[in-house]
Design a protein around this ligand. Structure first.
Ligand code: NAP
Length: 557
Protein backbone atom coordinates (compact mmCIF):
# COMPACT_ATOMS: atom_id res chain seq x y z
CA UNK A 1 0.00 0.00 0.00
CA UNK A 2 1.31 3.44 -0.86
CA UNK A 3 1.12 6.56 1.25
CA UNK A 4 -1.68 8.01 -0.92
CA UNK A 5 -4.00 5.16 0.08
CA UNK A 6 -3.67 5.78 3.82
CA UNK A 7 -6.40 7.17 6.06
CA UNK A 8 -6.29 10.98 5.89
CA UNK A 9 -4.55 12.66 8.78
CA UNK A 10 -3.59 16.26 9.35
CA UNK A 11 -0.65 15.28 11.51
CA UNK A 12 2.78 16.80 10.91
CA UNK A 13 4.23 13.28 10.87
CA UNK A 14 2.94 9.75 10.56
CA UNK A 15 5.36 8.64 13.26
CA UNK A 16 7.68 10.27 15.77
CA UNK A 17 10.49 8.15 17.15
CA UNK A 18 12.20 9.18 20.39
CA UNK A 19 15.83 8.18 20.81
CA UNK A 20 18.60 7.40 18.30
CA UNK A 21 20.11 4.31 19.86
CA UNK A 22 19.94 0.78 18.44
CA UNK A 23 16.13 0.74 18.73
CA UNK A 24 15.27 4.21 17.45
CA UNK A 25 17.59 3.97 14.47
CA UNK A 26 16.10 0.69 13.32
CA UNK A 27 12.56 1.98 13.93
CA UNK A 28 13.22 5.02 11.76
CA UNK A 29 14.65 2.83 9.01
CA UNK A 30 11.84 0.30 9.24
CA UNK A 31 8.86 2.69 9.33
CA UNK A 32 10.29 5.04 6.74
CA UNK A 33 11.83 2.60 4.29
CA UNK A 34 9.55 -0.43 4.63
CA UNK A 35 6.20 1.35 5.14
CA UNK A 36 6.93 4.67 3.46
CA UNK A 37 5.86 6.68 6.50
CA UNK A 38 6.73 10.30 7.09
CA UNK A 39 8.91 9.92 10.19
CA UNK A 40 11.03 12.19 12.34
CA UNK A 41 13.25 11.21 15.24
CA UNK A 42 14.07 13.37 18.26
CA UNK A 43 17.35 12.68 20.01
CA UNK A 44 18.58 14.50 23.12
CA UNK A 45 22.25 13.90 22.31
CA UNK A 46 24.21 15.47 19.50
CA UNK A 47 24.88 12.16 17.81
CA UNK A 48 23.46 8.69 17.31
CA UNK A 49 24.30 5.79 19.61
CA UNK A 50 22.06 6.05 22.68
CA UNK A 51 23.77 4.12 25.48
CA UNK A 52 26.99 4.13 23.45
CA UNK A 53 26.83 7.85 22.93
CA UNK A 54 26.48 8.64 26.64
CA UNK A 55 28.42 5.93 28.49
CA UNK A 56 32.07 6.84 27.84
CA UNK A 57 33.56 5.98 31.22
CA UNK A 58 36.96 4.22 31.26
CA UNK A 59 36.61 0.53 30.42
CA UNK A 60 33.12 0.91 28.88
CA UNK A 61 32.57 -1.99 26.55
CA UNK A 62 29.86 -4.40 25.58
CA UNK A 63 29.17 -7.50 27.69
CA UNK A 64 27.60 -9.45 24.80
CA UNK A 65 29.76 -11.09 22.13
CA UNK A 66 30.18 -8.62 19.31
CA UNK A 67 29.07 -10.98 16.51
CA UNK A 68 25.58 -11.00 18.03
CA UNK A 69 25.56 -7.52 19.59
CA UNK A 70 24.60 -5.90 16.31
CA UNK A 71 21.78 -5.61 13.81
CA UNK A 72 21.00 -8.84 12.02
CA UNK A 73 18.19 -7.57 9.76
CA UNK A 74 20.53 -6.72 6.90
CA UNK A 75 22.62 -9.54 5.46
CA UNK A 76 25.05 -7.22 3.66
CA UNK A 77 25.70 -5.22 6.79
CA UNK A 78 26.52 -8.44 8.64
CA UNK A 79 29.02 -9.34 5.97
CA UNK A 80 30.70 -5.97 5.61
CA UNK A 81 31.26 -5.03 9.27
CA UNK A 82 34.23 -6.53 11.13
CA UNK A 83 34.44 -6.41 14.92
CA UNK A 84 37.95 -6.22 16.32
CA UNK A 85 37.30 -7.74 19.74
CA UNK A 86 35.08 -10.27 21.45
CA UNK A 87 33.57 -7.37 23.45
CA UNK A 88 34.07 -4.13 21.54
CA UNK A 89 34.83 -0.92 23.37
CA UNK A 90 32.33 1.90 23.53
CA UNK A 91 33.98 3.87 20.70
CA UNK A 92 33.93 0.88 18.34
CA UNK A 93 30.20 0.29 18.92
CA UNK A 94 29.59 3.99 18.41
CA UNK A 95 31.53 3.85 15.14
CA UNK A 96 29.35 0.90 14.09
CA UNK A 97 26.13 2.80 14.84
CA UNK A 98 27.43 5.87 13.02
CA UNK A 99 28.22 3.62 10.06
CA UNK A 100 24.63 2.29 10.17
CA UNK A 101 23.23 5.82 10.34
CA UNK A 102 25.19 6.68 7.17
CA UNK A 103 24.44 3.42 5.42
CA UNK A 104 20.67 3.72 5.92
CA UNK A 105 20.70 7.52 5.43
CA UNK A 106 19.07 8.13 8.78
CA UNK A 107 20.57 11.46 9.78
CA UNK A 108 18.39 13.69 7.55
CA UNK A 109 15.38 12.51 9.56
CA UNK A 110 16.98 12.87 13.00
CA UNK A 111 16.67 16.09 14.99
CA UNK A 112 19.66 16.08 17.35
CA UNK A 113 19.99 18.02 20.59
CA UNK A 114 16.25 17.95 21.25
CA UNK A 115 14.86 16.28 24.35
CA UNK A 116 11.19 15.35 24.33
CA UNK A 117 9.54 16.89 27.39
CA UNK A 118 5.81 16.31 26.80
CA UNK A 119 3.65 13.96 24.75
CA UNK A 120 -0.09 14.60 24.85
CA UNK A 121 -2.88 12.60 23.25
CA UNK A 122 -5.77 14.53 21.75
CA UNK A 123 -9.04 12.64 22.19
CA UNK A 124 -10.68 14.56 19.35
CA UNK A 125 -8.09 14.21 16.62
CA UNK A 126 -6.58 10.96 18.03
CA UNK A 127 -3.14 12.44 17.34
CA UNK A 128 -0.22 12.89 19.69
CA UNK A 129 1.38 16.28 20.22
CA UNK A 130 5.06 16.05 20.99
CA UNK A 131 6.99 18.92 22.57
CA UNK A 132 10.75 19.26 22.92
CA UNK A 133 12.93 21.36 25.20
CA UNK A 134 13.91 23.40 22.13
CA UNK A 135 10.34 24.60 21.60
CA UNK A 136 9.16 22.20 18.88
CA UNK A 137 5.46 21.31 18.99
CA UNK A 138 4.52 18.71 16.39
CA UNK A 139 1.73 16.21 15.91
CA UNK A 140 1.93 12.59 14.91
CA UNK A 141 -0.30 9.54 14.47
CA UNK A 142 2.16 7.15 16.12
CA UNK A 143 4.84 7.69 18.76
CA UNK A 144 7.55 5.13 19.31
CA UNK A 145 9.43 5.46 22.58
CA UNK A 146 12.87 4.07 21.77
CA UNK A 147 14.31 5.67 24.87
CA UNK A 148 16.37 2.75 26.17
CA UNK A 149 15.98 0.76 29.35
CA UNK A 150 19.02 2.15 31.15
CA UNK A 151 19.15 5.79 30.15
CA UNK A 152 17.87 7.73 33.16
CA UNK A 153 20.86 8.25 35.42
CA UNK A 154 20.39 7.58 39.13
CA UNK A 155 22.34 10.20 41.05
CA UNK A 156 21.40 9.45 44.66
CA UNK A 157 20.74 12.57 46.73
CA UNK A 158 24.00 12.32 48.69
CA UNK A 159 24.06 14.91 51.45
CA UNK A 160 26.70 17.52 50.66
CA UNK A 161 27.32 16.58 47.01
CA UNK A 162 27.08 20.24 46.04
CA UNK A 163 29.78 21.17 48.55
CA UNK A 164 32.46 18.92 47.03
CA UNK A 165 35.42 21.03 45.89
CA UNK A 166 36.75 18.46 43.44
CA UNK A 167 35.04 17.15 40.33
CA UNK A 168 32.34 14.48 40.25
CA UNK A 169 30.92 12.56 37.31
CA UNK A 170 28.10 10.05 36.82
CA UNK A 171 29.40 7.28 34.58
CA UNK A 172 26.52 7.62 32.10
CA UNK A 173 27.10 11.36 31.63
CA UNK A 174 30.82 11.14 31.00
CA UNK A 175 32.64 14.11 29.44
CA UNK A 176 33.44 13.51 25.78
CA UNK A 177 36.98 14.75 26.28
CA UNK A 178 37.60 12.10 28.98
CA UNK A 179 38.84 12.52 32.55
CA UNK A 180 42.51 12.51 33.52
CA UNK A 181 43.04 10.62 36.78
CA UNK A 182 46.83 11.03 36.83
CA UNK A 183 48.11 11.90 40.32
CA UNK A 184 44.54 12.14 41.60
CA UNK A 185 42.83 10.61 44.63
CA UNK A 186 39.69 9.06 43.18
CA UNK A 187 36.58 7.64 44.85
CA UNK A 188 34.19 5.31 43.00
CA UNK A 189 30.72 4.85 44.44
CA UNK A 190 29.11 1.57 43.37
CA UNK A 191 30.19 -1.90 42.35
CA UNK A 192 27.71 -2.80 39.59
CA UNK A 193 28.55 -3.80 36.01
CA UNK A 194 29.71 -0.27 35.19
CA UNK A 195 32.02 0.08 38.19
CA UNK A 196 33.39 -3.43 37.64
CA UNK A 197 34.56 -2.26 34.20
CA UNK A 198 35.78 1.16 35.35
CA UNK A 199 37.58 0.31 38.60
CA UNK A 200 40.53 -1.66 37.12
CA UNK A 201 41.07 1.06 34.50
CA UNK A 202 40.93 3.95 36.98
CA UNK A 203 43.20 2.11 39.43
CA UNK A 204 45.90 1.94 36.76
CA UNK A 205 45.98 5.70 36.35
CA UNK A 206 44.99 7.23 39.67
CA UNK A 207 47.39 7.93 42.51
CA UNK A 208 44.90 6.36 44.88
CA UNK A 209 41.47 4.78 44.44
CA UNK A 210 38.86 4.27 47.15
CA UNK A 211 35.94 2.04 46.21
CA UNK A 212 32.72 2.59 48.18
CA UNK A 213 30.80 -0.68 48.06
CA UNK A 214 27.21 -1.05 49.25
CA UNK A 215 26.63 -4.61 48.01
CA UNK A 216 29.36 -6.90 46.66
CA UNK A 217 28.84 -8.53 43.28
CA UNK A 218 29.51 -11.96 41.82
CA UNK A 219 31.78 -11.50 38.81
CA UNK A 220 32.81 -13.79 36.00
CA UNK A 221 35.80 -13.09 33.73
CA UNK A 222 34.93 -11.52 30.39
CA UNK A 223 37.96 -13.06 28.64
CA UNK A 224 38.08 -10.38 26.03
CA UNK A 225 40.47 -10.68 23.10
CA UNK A 226 40.90 -10.09 19.40
CA UNK A 227 38.45 -11.91 17.18
CA UNK A 228 40.11 -14.82 15.39
CA UNK A 229 39.67 -14.10 11.63
CA UNK A 230 38.91 -17.79 10.95
CA UNK A 231 36.11 -17.81 13.53
CA UNK A 232 34.78 -14.55 12.17
CA UNK A 233 34.76 -16.04 8.64
CA UNK A 234 32.92 -19.13 9.80
CA UNK A 235 30.30 -17.02 11.61
CA UNK A 236 29.77 -14.86 8.56
CA UNK A 237 29.26 -17.96 6.45
CA UNK A 238 26.63 -19.14 8.93
CA UNK A 239 24.88 -15.87 9.80
CA UNK A 240 21.47 -17.23 8.78
CA UNK A 241 21.97 -19.99 11.29
CA UNK A 242 23.30 -17.64 13.96
CA UNK A 243 20.32 -15.34 13.46
CA UNK A 244 17.78 -18.16 13.76
CA UNK A 245 19.48 -19.59 16.84
CA UNK A 246 19.63 -16.31 18.77
CA UNK A 247 16.06 -15.38 17.77
CA UNK A 248 14.76 -18.67 19.10
CA UNK A 249 17.00 -18.94 22.13
CA UNK A 250 16.25 -18.30 25.77
CA UNK A 251 18.17 -15.05 26.28
CA UNK A 252 19.12 -14.02 22.74
CA UNK A 253 22.55 -15.63 22.87
CA UNK A 254 23.94 -18.89 21.54
CA UNK A 255 23.65 -20.31 25.04
CA UNK A 256 21.49 -23.02 26.57
CA UNK A 257 20.99 -24.21 30.13
CA UNK A 258 22.56 -27.51 31.16
CA UNK A 259 19.41 -29.67 31.13
CA UNK A 260 20.00 -31.11 34.56
CA UNK A 261 19.76 -30.22 38.24
CA UNK A 262 23.11 -29.32 39.75
CA UNK A 263 21.97 -31.26 42.79
CA UNK A 264 22.01 -34.46 40.73
CA UNK A 265 25.69 -34.12 39.86
CA UNK A 266 28.79 -35.31 41.68
CA UNK A 267 31.16 -32.61 43.03
CA UNK A 268 33.74 -33.65 40.39
CA UNK A 269 31.26 -33.52 37.51
CA UNK A 270 29.96 -30.05 38.34
CA UNK A 271 33.40 -28.65 39.11
CA UNK A 272 34.45 -29.65 35.61
CA UNK A 273 31.43 -27.84 34.12
CA UNK A 274 32.04 -24.77 36.28
CA UNK A 275 35.69 -24.69 35.21
CA UNK A 276 34.64 -24.93 31.56
CA UNK A 277 32.19 -22.02 31.87
CA UNK A 278 34.68 -19.99 33.91
CA UNK A 279 37.41 -20.55 31.31
CA UNK A 280 35.05 -19.66 28.44
CA UNK A 281 34.23 -16.35 30.15
CA UNK A 282 31.21 -14.24 29.34
CA UNK A 283 27.59 -14.82 30.21
CA UNK A 284 27.69 -18.62 29.96
CA UNK A 285 28.23 -19.08 33.68
CA UNK A 286 25.14 -16.96 34.37
CA UNK A 287 22.78 -17.82 31.52
CA UNK A 288 23.78 -21.36 30.58
CA UNK A 289 24.40 -22.94 33.96
CA UNK A 290 22.45 -25.84 35.48
CA UNK A 291 18.75 -25.38 34.78
CA UNK A 292 17.64 -25.10 38.42
CA UNK A 293 20.00 -22.23 39.27
CA UNK A 294 17.30 -19.53 39.12
CA UNK A 295 14.69 -21.65 40.91
CA UNK A 296 16.22 -23.54 43.82
CA UNK A 297 18.19 -21.79 46.55
CA UNK A 298 19.90 -25.06 47.37
CA UNK A 299 21.06 -25.44 43.75
CA UNK A 300 21.99 -21.78 43.57
CA UNK A 301 24.14 -22.08 46.71
CA UNK A 302 26.20 -24.83 45.10
CA UNK A 303 26.91 -22.66 42.06
CA UNK A 304 27.51 -19.50 44.11
CA UNK A 305 30.02 -21.38 46.25
CA UNK A 306 32.29 -21.84 43.21
CA UNK A 307 32.34 -18.08 42.57
CA UNK A 308 32.93 -17.29 46.25
CA UNK A 309 35.94 -19.63 46.24
CA UNK A 310 37.30 -17.80 43.20
CA UNK A 311 37.09 -14.44 45.01
CA UNK A 312 38.85 -15.82 48.10
CA UNK A 313 41.55 -17.37 45.90
CA UNK A 314 42.16 -14.13 43.98
CA UNK A 315 42.18 -11.48 46.70
CA UNK A 316 45.32 -11.69 48.83
CA UNK A 317 44.05 -10.05 52.01
CA UNK A 318 41.42 -12.38 53.54
CA UNK A 319 39.64 -9.47 55.26
CA UNK A 320 39.24 -7.63 51.96
CA UNK A 321 38.25 -10.87 50.22
CA UNK A 322 35.45 -11.46 52.75
CA UNK A 323 34.10 -7.97 52.11
CA UNK A 324 33.98 -8.75 48.38
CA UNK A 325 32.09 -12.03 48.80
CA UNK A 326 28.32 -11.59 48.25
CA UNK A 327 26.31 -13.06 51.09
CA UNK A 328 22.89 -11.44 51.01
CA UNK A 329 21.25 -12.60 47.75
CA UNK A 330 21.26 -15.63 45.45
CA UNK A 331 23.74 -15.70 42.57
CA UNK A 332 22.42 -14.39 39.26
CA UNK A 333 19.55 -12.40 40.71
CA UNK A 334 21.49 -9.19 40.07
CA UNK A 335 22.81 -8.50 36.56
CA UNK A 336 26.05 -10.43 36.07
CA UNK A 337 29.04 -8.08 35.68
CA UNK A 338 31.83 -9.39 33.47
CA UNK A 339 35.26 -8.45 34.70
CA UNK A 340 38.82 -8.04 33.58
CA UNK A 341 41.10 -7.99 36.64
CA UNK A 342 38.38 -6.64 38.94
CA UNK A 343 39.17 -8.69 42.04
CA UNK A 344 42.91 -8.52 41.26
CA UNK A 345 42.65 -4.72 41.47
CA UNK A 346 41.99 -4.98 45.21
CA UNK A 347 45.50 -6.46 45.61
CA UNK A 348 47.04 -3.19 44.44
CA UNK A 349 48.64 -0.98 47.07
CA UNK A 350 46.86 2.14 45.81
CA UNK A 351 43.35 0.64 46.12
CA UNK A 352 41.19 0.71 49.25
CA UNK A 353 37.78 -0.92 49.69
CA UNK A 354 35.26 0.78 51.98
CA UNK A 355 32.39 -1.60 52.53
CA UNK A 356 29.07 -0.24 53.80
CA UNK A 357 28.24 -3.15 56.07
CA UNK A 358 31.65 -3.61 57.72
CA UNK A 359 33.25 -0.14 57.47
CA UNK A 360 30.04 1.88 57.52
CA UNK A 361 27.83 3.41 54.81
CA UNK A 362 28.37 6.71 53.05
CA UNK A 363 27.11 9.45 55.39
CA UNK A 364 27.84 12.52 53.37
CA UNK A 365 30.01 14.10 50.75
CA UNK A 366 32.19 16.79 52.26
CA UNK A 367 34.10 19.60 50.51
CA UNK A 368 37.19 17.36 50.63
CA UNK A 369 35.88 13.87 50.01
CA UNK A 370 33.44 11.26 51.29
CA UNK A 371 32.59 10.52 54.92
CA UNK A 372 31.62 6.90 55.55
CA UNK A 373 31.36 5.07 58.86
CA UNK A 374 32.49 8.21 60.69
CA UNK A 375 35.72 8.55 58.69
CA UNK A 376 36.52 11.07 55.97
CA UNK A 377 38.27 9.79 52.83
CA UNK A 378 39.99 12.73 51.05
CA UNK A 379 39.36 12.79 47.29
CA UNK A 380 40.00 14.91 44.20
CA UNK A 381 37.49 13.16 41.91
CA UNK A 382 34.32 11.20 42.68
CA UNK A 383 32.98 8.76 40.09
CA UNK A 384 29.32 8.02 40.73
CA UNK A 385 28.60 4.58 39.26
CA UNK A 386 25.18 4.21 40.84
CA UNK A 387 23.25 3.09 37.80
CA UNK A 388 19.84 4.01 36.46
CA UNK A 389 16.16 4.38 37.16
CA UNK A 390 15.73 1.35 34.96
CA UNK A 391 12.98 0.64 32.45
CA UNK A 392 10.23 2.88 33.82
CA UNK A 393 12.40 5.98 34.45
CA UNK A 394 13.00 6.86 30.77
CA UNK A 395 9.28 6.53 29.95
CA UNK A 396 8.08 8.45 32.98
CA UNK A 397 10.41 11.30 32.04
CA UNK A 398 8.64 11.87 28.72
CA UNK A 399 5.69 13.71 30.28
CA UNK A 400 3.16 11.38 28.67
CA UNK A 401 -0.56 12.18 28.92
CA UNK A 402 -2.93 9.72 27.29
CA UNK A 403 -6.69 9.51 26.85
CA UNK A 404 -8.61 11.96 29.03
CA UNK A 405 -5.35 13.70 29.98
CA UNK A 406 -4.27 10.79 32.20
CA UNK A 407 -0.60 11.01 33.09
CA UNK A 408 1.52 7.87 32.64
CA UNK A 409 3.32 8.72 35.89
CA UNK A 410 -0.01 8.55 37.77
CA UNK A 411 -1.16 5.38 36.03
CA UNK A 412 2.20 3.75 36.81
CA UNK A 413 2.68 5.04 40.35
CA UNK A 414 2.42 1.49 41.74
CA UNK A 415 4.41 -0.01 38.87
CA UNK A 416 4.23 -0.28 35.08
CA UNK A 417 1.01 -1.42 33.40
CA UNK A 418 1.45 -2.76 29.87
CA UNK A 419 0.33 -5.53 27.58
CA UNK A 420 3.30 -7.51 26.22
CA UNK A 421 5.47 -4.56 27.26
CA UNK A 422 4.54 -3.02 23.90
CA UNK A 423 1.47 -0.85 24.50
CA UNK A 424 -0.59 0.35 27.45
CA UNK A 425 -4.33 0.81 27.98
CA UNK A 426 -5.33 4.46 27.59
CA UNK A 427 -2.21 5.36 25.59
CA UNK A 428 -3.18 4.62 21.97
CA UNK A 429 -0.50 4.30 19.29
CA UNK A 430 2.27 4.85 21.84
CA UNK A 431 4.63 1.93 21.29
CA UNK A 432 7.46 1.05 23.65
CA UNK A 433 10.61 -0.74 22.56
CA UNK A 434 12.17 -3.12 25.08
CA UNK A 435 10.13 -1.46 27.79
CA UNK A 436 9.05 -2.91 31.15
CA UNK A 437 7.26 -6.27 31.10
CA UNK A 438 9.03 -7.37 27.94
CA UNK A 439 12.22 -9.55 27.92
CA UNK A 440 14.30 -6.42 27.32
CA UNK A 441 17.26 -6.27 29.73
CA UNK A 442 17.03 -10.02 30.35
CA UNK A 443 18.17 -10.61 26.82
CA UNK A 444 20.81 -9.69 24.31
CA UNK A 445 19.34 -6.28 23.55
CA UNK A 446 19.63 -6.12 19.73
CA UNK A 447 17.68 -9.39 19.44
CA UNK A 448 14.77 -8.03 21.48
CA UNK A 449 14.98 -4.64 19.80
CA UNK A 450 14.69 -6.14 16.32
CA UNK A 451 11.73 -8.25 17.41
CA UNK A 452 9.87 -5.23 18.80
CA UNK A 453 10.64 -2.98 15.84
CA UNK A 454 9.48 -5.65 13.40
CA UNK A 455 6.30 -6.37 15.39
CA UNK A 456 5.46 -2.64 15.57
CA UNK A 457 6.14 -2.21 11.85
CA UNK A 458 3.80 -5.06 10.97
CA UNK A 459 1.17 -3.76 13.40
CA UNK A 460 1.19 -0.32 11.77
CA UNK A 461 1.12 -1.92 8.33
CA UNK A 462 -1.94 -3.93 9.40
CA UNK A 463 -3.66 -0.84 10.78
CA UNK A 464 -3.10 1.11 7.61
CA UNK A 465 -4.25 -1.74 5.41
CA UNK A 466 -7.43 -2.10 7.49
CA UNK A 467 -7.94 1.66 7.85
CA UNK A 468 -7.71 1.48 11.62
CA UNK A 469 -6.67 4.64 13.41
CA UNK A 470 -5.69 3.70 16.95
CA UNK A 471 -4.47 0.64 18.81
CA UNK A 472 -4.15 0.19 22.56
CA UNK A 473 -4.23 -2.64 25.07
CA UNK A 474 -7.55 -3.64 26.58
CA UNK A 475 -7.59 -3.14 30.36
CA UNK A 476 -8.36 -6.85 30.80
CA UNK A 477 -5.46 -8.08 28.66
CA UNK A 478 -3.17 -5.63 30.41
CA UNK A 479 -4.26 -6.76 33.88
CA UNK A 480 -3.68 -10.39 32.94
CA UNK A 481 -0.28 -9.62 31.45
CA UNK A 482 0.92 -7.69 34.50
CA UNK A 483 -0.20 -10.56 36.75
CA UNK A 484 1.49 -13.10 34.46
CA UNK A 485 4.82 -11.23 34.50
CA UNK A 486 4.72 -11.07 38.32
CA UNK A 487 3.71 -14.71 38.67
CA UNK A 488 6.59 -15.96 36.53
CA UNK A 489 9.13 -13.82 38.39
CA UNK A 490 7.65 -14.95 41.70
CA UNK A 491 8.44 -18.56 40.85
CA UNK A 492 12.17 -17.71 40.59
CA UNK A 493 14.76 -16.45 43.04
CA UNK A 494 14.87 -13.03 41.30
CA UNK A 495 12.71 -11.18 43.88
CA UNK A 496 15.20 -12.08 46.62
CA UNK A 497 17.74 -9.46 45.52
CA UNK A 498 17.63 -5.71 46.00
CA UNK A 499 18.34 -5.26 42.31
CA UNK A 500 17.39 -2.65 39.77
CA UNK A 501 15.38 -5.43 38.10
CA UNK A 502 13.17 -5.11 41.20
CA UNK A 503 13.26 -1.30 41.25
CA UNK A 504 15.04 -1.60 44.61
CA UNK A 505 17.86 0.82 43.73
CA UNK A 506 15.58 3.86 43.57
CA UNK A 507 14.13 5.09 46.82
CA UNK A 508 10.32 5.23 46.70
CA UNK A 509 10.07 3.08 43.54
CA UNK A 510 7.50 0.29 43.84
CA UNK A 511 9.12 -3.09 44.30
CA UNK A 512 8.33 -5.51 41.51
CA UNK A 513 10.18 -7.44 38.85
CA UNK A 514 10.29 -5.09 35.85
CA UNK A 515 11.31 -7.18 32.82
CA UNK A 516 9.48 -10.28 31.58
CA UNK A 517 11.20 -13.59 32.15
CA UNK A 518 9.34 -15.61 29.52
CA UNK A 519 9.28 -19.30 30.51
CA UNK A 520 10.01 -20.15 26.86
CA UNK A 521 12.68 -17.48 26.52
CA UNK A 522 12.87 -14.68 23.96
CA UNK A 523 11.96 -17.24 21.28
CA UNK A 524 8.75 -18.06 23.14
CA UNK A 525 7.93 -14.39 23.68
CA UNK A 526 8.49 -13.69 19.98
CA UNK A 527 6.11 -16.53 19.10
CA UNK A 528 3.51 -15.30 21.59
CA UNK A 529 3.58 -11.77 20.12
CA UNK A 530 3.37 -13.14 16.58
CA UNK A 531 0.43 -15.41 17.41
CA UNK A 532 -1.46 -12.55 19.04
CA UNK A 533 -1.00 -10.54 15.84
CA UNK A 534 -2.06 -13.49 13.70
CA UNK A 535 -5.25 -13.80 15.75
CA UNK A 536 -6.14 -10.23 14.76
CA UNK A 537 -4.34 -8.57 17.68
CA UNK A 538 -6.13 -10.32 20.47
CA UNK A 539 -6.09 -8.31 23.69
CA UNK A 540 -5.89 -5.01 21.83
CA UNK A 541 -8.53 -2.45 20.90
CA UNK A 542 -8.63 -0.72 17.54
CA UNK A 543 -10.41 2.62 17.53
CA UNK A 544 -11.65 1.92 21.06
CA UNK A 545 -13.24 -1.39 20.13
CA UNK A 546 -11.71 -4.62 21.32
CA UNK A 547 -10.71 -7.21 18.76
CA UNK A 548 -13.27 -9.70 20.02
CA UNK A 549 -16.02 -7.07 19.69
CA UNK A 550 -14.84 -6.14 16.18
CA UNK A 551 -14.87 -9.77 15.08
CA UNK A 552 -18.30 -10.31 16.64
CA UNK A 553 -19.85 -7.19 15.11
CA UNK A 554 -18.35 -7.98 11.69
CA UNK A 555 -19.79 -11.48 11.92
CA UNK A 556 -23.21 -10.01 12.80
CA UNK A 557 -23.05 -7.71 9.75
P1 NAP B 1 23.94 -0.84 38.97
O1 NAP B 1 24.09 -2.20 38.53
O2 NAP B 1 22.61 -0.37 39.43
O3 NAP B 1 25.01 -0.60 40.11
C1 NAP B 1 24.99 0.56 40.88
C2 NAP B 1 25.92 0.42 42.03
O4 NAP B 1 25.83 1.59 42.82
C3 NAP B 1 25.57 -0.75 42.94
O5 NAP B 1 26.73 -1.30 43.45
C4 NAP B 1 24.73 -0.06 44.00
O6 NAP B 1 24.68 -0.76 45.21
C5 NAP B 1 25.46 1.24 44.15
N1 NAP B 1 24.61 2.29 44.68
C6 NAP B 1 23.44 2.73 44.18
N2 NAP B 1 22.94 3.71 44.95
C7 NAP B 1 23.82 3.87 45.97
C8 NAP B 1 23.83 4.72 47.11
N3 NAP B 1 22.85 5.57 47.36
N4 NAP B 1 24.89 4.62 47.94
C9 NAP B 1 25.88 3.75 47.71
N5 NAP B 1 25.92 2.91 46.66
C10 NAP B 1 24.88 2.97 45.80
O7 NAP B 1 24.40 0.21 37.84
P2 NAP B 1 25.48 0.04 36.70
O8 NAP B 1 26.69 -0.61 37.24
O9 NAP B 1 25.61 1.33 36.02
O10 NAP B 1 24.83 -0.99 35.73
C11 NAP B 1 23.49 -0.88 35.35
C12 NAP B 1 23.24 -1.79 34.20
O11 NAP B 1 23.74 -1.22 33.00
C13 NAP B 1 23.93 -3.13 34.29
O12 NAP B 1 23.36 -4.00 35.19
C14 NAP B 1 23.87 -3.56 32.86
O13 NAP B 1 22.64 -4.08 32.51
C15 NAP B 1 24.11 -2.27 32.15
N6 NAP B 1 25.53 -2.19 31.82
C16 NAP B 1 25.93 -2.87 30.74
C17 NAP B 1 27.22 -2.89 30.41
C18 NAP B 1 27.64 -3.66 29.21
O14 NAP B 1 26.94 -4.42 28.63
N7 NAP B 1 28.81 -3.49 28.84
C19 NAP B 1 28.16 -2.21 31.16
C20 NAP B 1 27.73 -1.50 32.26
C21 NAP B 1 26.40 -1.50 32.59
P3 NAP B 1 23.52 -1.86 45.48
O15 NAP B 1 23.94 -3.06 44.72
O16 NAP B 1 23.52 -2.02 46.93
O17 NAP B 1 22.26 -1.27 44.95
Amino acid sequence: MTNQQQPKSNADFDAIVIGAGFSGMYTLHSLRDKLGLNVTLFEAGNGVGGTWYWNRYPGARCDSDSYIYCYTFDKNLLQEWNWSERYPEQDEILRYLEHCAERFELKPDIQFGKRVVAITFDDETTLWTVRTDKGDTVTSRYVIAAVGSLSTANVPPFKGLGSFKGKWYHTSQWPHEGVDFTAKRVGVIGTGATAVQAIPEIAQQAKHLTVFQRTPNFCVPARNGKVDPEISKARKADYNGVRERIKNSFFGFELNFIPKSVLQTTPEEREKEFDRMWDDGGFGFWLANYQDMFFSKEANDVIADYLKRKIRATVNDPVVAEKLVPKTYPYGTKRQPLDTNYFETFNKKNVLLVDASTDGPIEEITPNGIRAGGKEYPLDIIVIATGFDALTGPLKNLGIKGRGGKALTDEWKDGPLTYLGLLAAGFPNLFMITGPQSPSVLSNMPVSIEQHVEWITECIRYMREHKLTTIEATPQAQEQWVAHVAEIAGATLMPQANSWYMGANISGKSRQFLPYLCPEGVGGYRKKCAEIAERGYEGFMFDGVSRTETTESRAAE
